[in-house]
Structures are given as structure tokens and as C-alpha cells.
Design a protein around this ligand. Sequence first.
Ligand code: NZQ
Ligand code: ZN
Length: 389
Amino acid sequence: MLGNFTYCNPTKLYFGKAALDGLKQELPKYGKNVLLVYGGGSIKKNGIYDKVIKILKECNKSVYEDAGVMPNPTVEKLNEGVERARKAKADLILAVGGGSVCDYAKAVSISVNCKDKDVWDKYFIRFEEPDCKIVPVGCVLTMVGTGSEMNGGSVITNREQKLKIGHVFGENVYPKFSILNPEYTYTLPKYQMVSGIYDIMSHILEQYFSGTDDNTSDYIMEGLLRSLIHSANIAVENPADYEARSNIMWTATWALNTLVAKGKTTDWMVHMLGQSVGAFTDATHGMTLAAVSMPYYKFILPYGAAKFARYAVNVWNVNPDGKTETQIAHEGLSAMKAWMKQIGLVMNITELGATKDMLDGMVKSTLVMDGGYKILNKDDIRAVLRASF
Ligand code: NZQ
Ligand code: ZN
């Protein structure tokens, strides 16, 4: 049964081939100084940078740049960005890039006017909410997967402490607007595209595999999963298929803009395991999830077999006739595993650079969530990670 909840999503979206026109409508709402935040240069190669700069100039903005946001953005980069935003007296932070750039922009936005010196400690260790004026953030999305374009999530990595931690902030931290043009994702390398596809799948599954109640969200998620699998199969063959890429982009947004989590319990252990692997290897986010998923799902299947069987039938079209619930559930996971290999996902953490001497540290830095079918203890985490090598 659905629990009590409130729902509000304040992010305005502009979607489609003409989405960037929305920037012209949004920019006049903010002051003159814009901090343009982007990554390692893909937007310069594919021309998105020039298009954005042209509109910023047309709208008479003073543009300050903060480039070089790395995948899995670090605390050091965050501190640098805060200084840049302060110097620029930024009225708007415009993130042009993937989840890393959007997450980073949010972290800067809540830190510019923060009185605490150590924002890592405040937001990512003590999990406090911002109590200062937040600089508004807008996004032009170029990589699909995280859902950062329409949520309050921000994931920052502390390489020294070997911690990668996400804080899901409230509505005041969501981007004010996001520009979603599926064509902007065409230049993504295939590795990044399929990594993003699995990130989406994992977001849905980690909200799906929790609870035994009957709720609308699970039906919505089954639909999203079917659409994602269908479109992914097309996009892997033909990355420039607009229909497939646009469906994947829209599914990513709905997978993690809080809607499907409302009124139900959620798990999130695959992300906790994946983030721990990421903290030690700096590997691509979606691939870390893919590499730990099968061992984790096999581990918890006995505790949630009914839901795994439902997943097998409703998402993977497993024929349940004459089979036990456990058999059906396992067949579903086998179908998922075959599909994961087929689209080119990394299926073990060794390939991502993890070595056995990292095991103790990864076990230690895996946060434990309590919404899944089994609450993992440290031995369970060790077993799942060991099976992921
Ligand atoms: O830096 P550039 O040169 O732009 O290259 C990027 C980067 O190397 C490249 N790229 C992006 N758009 C491109 C492109 N290359 C060619 N053409 C384009 N159009 O792709 C690489 C990866 O980008 P990144 O932003 O790191 O990927 P992603 O969107 O997967 O973001 C990952 C980060 O988001 C966090 C992850 O933990 C990770 O730190 N997450 C954020 C969440 C949230 N806000 O709710 C939830 C997620 O679960 C996730 O944890
Ligand atoms: Zn994710």
C-alpha cells in the first residue's frame, strides 16, 4: 500500500531537437553573471559549447568558465569551483555536460555562500541540508543516465578518504531548468552510452526490488524497463536512431526524478556497492553497477523470490508455466545477464581495475541501506564483492 508522501518537482524541462531555444527563455530570469561549468572538452569537439556561448552572448551575459570537471568529481575540484563562483559573483551556474557536471554544479551552488569551511564534511559526511543562499543551477545535458537533470542528487568523491558519497538534497537544490536534446548524446562513445543505459536500469531496479505491497510505482517501473530494454537494443545497433535515443533520455529522467519512489520502500544497495568500487577504482559509474549487480541479485533472490519472479514474467517475458517461483525468478536473472553481455556491459570489477587487496577497504566503505529484501552485514558485502571479481 502506498504510504504518505508529498510530491513536487520544480525543474522545468525543455525536451527535443529545439530544446536549446529554451535557454533564451530562461536566461533573462537571472542576473548578469553566469558561471559556465563543463567537463574535459567533449562539448568543444561536438559544437555544443559554441551554441551555448552564442546564446549567452545574445542574452548579454558575462560568462565565467569553470572547465575540467572530471567524471566522478572530487572534493578538490569542488573547492576550486566554489572559489571561481565566488570570484565571478555568479547569479546562475550553467552546467553543460553529464551527471558529473550537473552534480558538481549543484555542490558548488550550495557551497558558494556556505559559512562552514569544510563543505565535504557538512554535506557528504554529516548529511546536513544547506542553510545559506543557493545559487540557481541550470543544465544542458549531454550524457544520459544519472537523472541529475531533474533531481537533487549530488555525488562527490573524496579520493584521499576513499569515499564516494551521494547526498540527495531537497527541491531547493534541483536544477531550475534542464535542456534535453537527445541529439546531443550522439557523440558519446559506446562505452559511455551503455554505461548510462545500465545506470538507468539500476535506478529503476533498486526502487523496484523492495517491498511486497501492490503499488502503482511498480507497474510504472515495469513499463519503463520494457521501454529501456527495447530502445537500448536499437541504440546499440544504431546510435543515431533518434527515436531510441530520445526514449532512453526520457526514461532516464523518470527513473530518478523521485516519482517512482513515492509511497514505497527502496533498496539502493547496488549503488552503495558500486560507489565503493568507484571510490577505489575511479571507474565509470554505470559499469560499477553492472559489475556488482548479478552477484548482488543472486544473493538476495531467496529473500524476495516473489518479486524476482514477477520481474521475470513482466519484464523478460519468462513463461511461468509448470515452474516454481524460484525457477522463474532465476530464469529472469539469466535473461537479464544475457542482455547485459549482449549490449556490452562490464560484468566484473576486475575489468574495472579492482584488485583483491582493495577488498577490505571496499567492504569498509560500503554504506548499508535497510530497504532491500535482505539487510546486508559486512560478511554479506564481502561475499557479494568477492563474487564480483
Ligand atoms: O568531460 P567530458 O569531456 O565532457 O566527457 C564526458 C566524460 O568523460 C563524456 N561525455 C559526456 N557527454 C558527452 C561525452 N562525450 C562525448 N559526447 C557527449 N555528448 O562522458 C564521460 C562521462 O561523463 P559523466 O558526466 O561522468 O557521466 P554520468 O552522466 O554517468 O555521470 C556520472 C556521475 O554521476 C553520479 C555518479 O556517481 C558519477 O559521479 N550520479 C549522480 C546521480 C544523481 N545526481 O542523482 C545518481 C547516479 O546514480 C550517479 O551516482
Ligand atoms: Zn546511478
